[in-house]
Structures are given as C-alpha cells and as structure tokens.
Design a protein around this ligand. Sequence first.
Ligand SMILES: NC(=O)c1ccc[n+]([C@@H]2O[C@H](COP(=O)([O-])OP(=O)(O)OC[C@H]3O[C@@H](n4cnc5c(N)ncnc54)[C@H](O)[C@@H]3O)[C@@H](O)[C@H]2O)c1
Length: 384
Amino acid sequence: MEIGIIGAGTMGSGIAQVAAQNGHQVILVDSMENALSKSKSELQFSLKRLEEKGRITEQQSSEIQNNIIYSTEITSLRNSKLVIEAIIEKLEVKHQLLYELESVVSDNCIIASNTSSIPIASLGSILSNSKRIIGIHFFNPAPVMPLVEIIPSVQTSSVVLEKSIQILKDWGKVVVVCKDTPGFIVNRVARPFYGEALRIYEEGKADFSTIDWAITEFGGFKMGPFTLMDYIGNDINYSVTESIFEAFYFDPRFKPSFTQRRHVEAGFYGRKSGRGYYDYSEGAIEVFPSKDEVLGKAIFERILVMLINEAIDAVFMQVATPEDIDLAMTKGVNYPKGLLKWADEMGLEKILNKLDELFHEYGEDRYRPNPLLRKMVREKRSFF
Ligand SMILES: NC(=O)c1ccc[n+]([C@@H]2O[C@H](COP(=O)([O-])OP(=O)(O)OC[C@H]3O[C@@H](n4cnc5c(N)ncnc54)[C@H](O)[C@@H]3O)[C@@H](O)[C@H]2O)c1
C-alpha cells in the first residue's frame, strides 16, 4: 500500500520513516525543495547511526531509503491509499491543502492529519467526502515514540476508523482512540504537570529546582516540570497551554501562568535559547534544590492529584477509556505509571480529600474534584 505524507519537517519526516520501515512505498511531499533535501540527509544520518549500533543492517537501511520518494508535487499522491498531512499548524493553510488533495487522490483514500490542536471536524469540513477525515497524532520523534492517538471526528466513518487503527497497529504502534476534544488525551491530561508546578512556584512555596527534585525523587518521573519545559521550549509549551485554555472556553483549570509568559517574553525559551528556568550558558552557576522531604512530598502529591483529577475528567467526559488514558501517558510522555492505576493504588478517597482540601483553601474552580471521583469514592469503586 502506498502512503503519502505531506510536510517534510520534524513530524512528516519521522512518520515517513515509520511507514518506510514497515515496507510501504512512501511519497513525501513538501512545497519547499530544501525541506525535502534536509529531510533526506537527516534520514540518511539517523539510519547510519542505527546501522553503527547494529540495530539495522546496511541492506535494511538502503531498503528504507529506497522506499521513500521525495516530491514537491501534490499530484504525486494520486495512488496513495492513506495520506497524512503534517504541515504547519494553520487552519487556512491546511484547508487549502486538503481541498487540493481531495481532487488528486482516489475516492477511497483516507485523509489524515497529524495536527496537535486543530479540531479534526473543522479540517474535515473542507472535504466533499468528509467521512474520510481522521486525526492520526504521532509524538516526537515519531520513529521512537510508540504512542499514536487516533481521533475520529463527528464525520469519520467507522470503516476509516477501523482501517486506520489496523494500519497503525501493523506499524507496531501503541494505538489509543480519543474524542475530537482539545489536546486529545496527552496534551490535555498533562497540563497540570506544568500548570500546578508553575503555580506552586508563584506562591513562593519552592524554587524551580526544588519542585523538579520533588517530582523526580518522589514521583519517579524522568524529568521535573521545569527541566521538561526548558527542553520542549517555553514558547511552544506556553502556546499549547494558551490554545487549550481558549479551546476549553477559558476553564480556569487550564489558566496559563504569568511566570511562563514572562519567560517567553524575555526570550527565555529554554535549552534552545541558552536560558529558560535554568541557565544553560558556559560557566553558569549550578542551582541546588532544598531537599526538604516533607515539602518535597507535599509538592509531588499536589501535582499528582491535579494530574489524576484531569485524567478522571477525561474518563468522565468520555474522551477515552481508562486503559487508553493510562497507555497514552506512559507511552506518549513516559510517565512512570498510568495516572488511573496510580489513583487506584493511592486510594480514591485520599485523592478526593486532598482536592477538597485545596478547593476549600483556595476557593478556586481549578481545584474542584471531578464528579466521577466523588461518585466512585461513594460507591467504593476503583478504575481497574
Ligand atoms: N513538532 C512536534 O513535536 C509535533 C508533535 C505532534 C504533532 N505535531 C503537528 O505536526 C504538524 C507539523 O509539525 P512539525 O513540527 O513537523 O512542523 P515543521 O515546521 O517542522 O514542518 C512543517 C513542514 O511543512 C511544510 N509545508 C508548509 N506548508 C506546506 C504546504 N502547503 N504544502 C506542503 N508542505 C508544506 C514546510 O515546508 C515544512 O517543511 C503540525 O500540525 C503540528 O501541530 C507536531
């Protein structure tokens, strides 16, 4: 089966590699010739490294490279049975592209988008056969991260959904299905990891390195929130938070933080700009956390219950199943444990009490315990 990918940037190139590794003929299209040549040489480089590490043979490497055809012409996608677009995150540009694409491909071609924030329903609205639209959301880097979120919209047919799931499973991906709602699973459920950490800092309870220490030490996360935001880039992370806040009709649970905004305004993007919450310049003075165990545990617990409350809300609002939500957080963003499994282990009553305590203390809507949590405590139920 021939697969078309549009956009040869970070994501499109990675997705093309995944499809080519699985034996497909891949047509990778980009409007910029130099994006294609960069993509080609980067693939060569990363396959060479895999060869050196003994993960693939020289023959496999050349097969993968031979499976990809690079083109600036959208018309080269005429025989593709699945086309995944991964171009810039702008609705008008994606609409224009999908409109042109539909006139090129066959009637039974599935048209998918790798968008992180644009509703799939809105992308599908430009197609004359909108039953073929679907969200197929990979994580960066696509060849390494196992998770793929599949997002059927109100228009998507069940055949398109089933076929898409099967293709991604055949590619060895961990597939979760979620509703066409802002942030899908991962980008929604993960918000408190950053937001609550920023809030704790803003209240003067602890500095960045202490909060990072608390999360890695007591939670077993690979990175604390501030280290992670510096990796992702504060500009990117802030704009995701802002777009989710707006998309949720300004629900205070997702309110962005002034601290992060000021860091963005100052150009403190993180590693890529040499300065974020931490200083990455040569000779920078290393900062050390204050390793107060009581404080550290309290910080970790507050962030964890907020994450769990968000995961429970995703179940409550039928965004995805508890199994898929836990898979998404462990396979998409490497959480040490699924949040709902964690909730069961901690005890739902303890989580409810902690959230009630925060809610009474602050009187803010962001701390309201989810109704499903309350109900499950009343009925003495657990998730698994
Ligand atoms: N970067 C991530 O971590 C990440 C993760 C998941 C999803 N996404 C989503 O994937 C998509 C692509 O993101 P990216 O980071 O790979 O972007 P990118 O900027 O690295 O690449 C985009 C590519 O699209 C090309 N392009 C733009 N308009 C085009 C058009 N009309 N026709 C053909 N090619 C066109 C550009 O030349 C560029 O090469 C976005 O929708 C983004 O939201 C990104």
